[in-house]
Each structure stands twice: as structure tokens, then as C-alpha cells.
Write a protein that binds this ligand. Structure first.
Ligand SMILES: NC(=O)c1ccc[n+]([C@@H]2O[C@H](COP(=O)([O-])OP(=O)(O)OC[C@H]3O[C@@H](n4cnc5c(N)ncnc54)[C@H](OP(=O)(O)O)[C@@H]3O)[C@@H](O)[C@H]2O)c1
Length: 183
């Protein structure tokens, strides 16, 4: 197994990475910036722009840069967020970033076929993303889903593996959120 670290906001670095890799079976994009949250009336447009830069544009550039190397039977899986379809006050920015990504999935699934394009849309998942947020905020957010707990990274990874492995699934946004999207 090989690994390499690049700053995914750097298109030239992404192009070089995929050129070096030469052949990509499956591309899974899980970068997160997390900027762009907050009540709309006070939302700093620069923060929301940074949110688009660090997530929407990172996913967009990485997917485009990978295409020359991506196998015809390969796939792209975006990691989006359940917030894209919730109506939680204070999340319009994050909904816009992740909603924009989710809307590309069905279009790209047709356009890039026979490559497959899907997304996994997580709810609240216990990862380092929450480390700089107040613990009570994490606890409250975890309780919003019908299953009343945070998810585990392994549960998101299971869904990703399913999408990579099932060669007849494309154009799908798969919710892995304990039912959060139902609230
Ligand atoms: N955790 C949740 O509750 C939750 C909920 C909904 C959706 N999601 C989504 O799930 C995905 C994974 O989130 P997570 O919880 O694992 O977040 P995380 O703990 O903050 O990890 C994000 C990862 O993205 C990498 N990254 C960020 N910007 C990058 C860049 N420009 N170039 C290369 N790598 C970059 C980070 O690398 P470094 O560590 O080197 O910075 C880190 O490994 C994200 O798309 C996030 O929006 C998470």
C-alpha cells in the first residue's frame, strides 16, 4: 500500500499526485474544512467562502484531477453531510456546501458512466472534527437522530466499502446518520 500527503486545495499538487499514481481504482473524498456555520444574519461571507474552498472545491478539484487516472470500472465516492437536507437553524452555510456536492452526484453518475459516482451523507459521527467544539454541543447534536447516539467512523467506512464494492450502484446519496435526515 502506498500513501502520500498533499494539500487538496492545491490543484497542481493534486494533478501531480494522480499523475504519479497513474491508475486509480476508487476515489473516496473525505476532506473537511467545517467553515461556514452560524446564524445567517451574522454569517461571515469570508467564512462561508472558506467553507466552499475547503470542502466543495477540494472535492470538485480532486474528482476532476483524478479522472485521467480513474479506471473505467472505478468509482468516486464523496463524503457529504446530512445537514445538506436538514432544516437546522444556523446551518445554511454548511447545507449549501454539502447540498451543492450532493446535487452533482446524479449528474456525474450519468456523465462519467461507466465510472460510478455516489456519496455517503453522514450525520453526527464521533471524529476529531468535534474536538474543538463544546462537548455539550456534541452531546446535544448526537441526540437529535432517532437512534439517539453519535455514529462511529467505522459505520461510515462500511457504507463507503459497500458503494465501492457493488458495481451496480451509482447516483446514490446514502444516508449514514442514525435517521437524522428524518428529523
Ligand atoms: N464528523 C462528523 O460528525 C461529520 C458529519 C457530517 C459530515 N462529515 C464529513 O465527513 C468527512 C470527514 O470528516 P471527519 O469528521 O473525519 O473530519 P476531520 O476529523 O476534521 O478530518 C478531516 C480530514 O480531512 C483532511 N483535510 C482537510 N483539509 C484538507 C486538505 N486541504 N488537504 C488534504 N486533507 C485535508 C484532514 O487532514 P489533516 O488532519 O491533515 O488536517 C483530516 O484528515 C468530511 O467531509 C466531513 O464534512 C463529518
Amino acid at each position: 500500500m502506498q500513501s502520500a500527503a498533499v494539500d487538496a486545495t492545491n490543484r497542481a499538487a493534486l494533478d501531480a499526485l494522480f499523475h504519479r499514481a497513474g491508475h486509480v481504482d476508487h476515489l473516496v473524498l473525505a476532506a473537511s474544512g467545517g467553515r461556514g456555520a452560524g446564524p445567517f444574519a451574522e454569517l461571515d461571507p469570508a467564512g462561508l467562502r472558506a467553507g466552499f474552498e475547503s470542502k466543495f472545491w477540494v472535492h470538485w478539484h480532486a474528482a476532476q484531477a483524478a479522472l485521467p487516472a480513474l479506471a473505467p470500472e472505478g468509482s468516486i465516492t464523496l463524503i457529504t453531510a446530512a445537514l445538506s437536507r436538514l432544516a437546522n437553524p444556523g446551518t445554511s452555510g454548511l447545507a449549501a456546501v454539502n447540498g451543492a456536492l450532493e446535487r452533482t452526484v446524479p449528474v456525474l453518475a450519468r456523465e462519467l458512466a461507466p465510472r460510478r459516482v455516489n456519496a455517503v451523507s453522514p450525520g453526527v459521527i464521533a471524529t476529531p472534527w468535534w474536538d474543538d467544539k463544546p462537548p455539550e454541543f456534541f452531546a446535544r447534536a448526537s441526540q437529535q437522530a432517532p437512534l439517539r447516539r453519535a455514529g462511529r467512523a467505522e459505520e461510515v467506512a462500511d457504507a463507503v466499502l459497500f458503494l465501492l464494492g457493488n458495481a451496480f450502484v451509482t447516483g446514490v446519496v446514502l444516508d449514514v446518520d442514525g435517521g437524522l435526515h428524518l428529523t
